[in-house]
Design a protein around this ligand. Structure first.
Ligand SMILES: [Zn+2]
Length: 55
């Protein structure tokens, strides 16, 4: 094993490539439900797979 087994797959911002923190605070109800994230670097919203969410 090369890494700790508890590591989840990294999610990177689709816009700027910043690695998103695994511990997140949902910013809205949709993120709370679906596990999305908002990039702290550029503000892009994405789902839990790192896919940009178009508004
Ligand atoms: Zn970003």
């Amino acid at each position: 094993m090369s890494k700790l087994g508890i590591n989840l797959k990294e999610v990177k911002c689709p816009n700027c490539g910043a690695v998103q923190p695994k511990v997140r605070t949902p910013k809205n109800f949709s993120q709370f439900l679906w596990g999305g994230n908002t990039c702290a670097n550029c503000g892009t919203e994405m789902d839990k797979f790192g896919k940009e969410i178009k508004k």
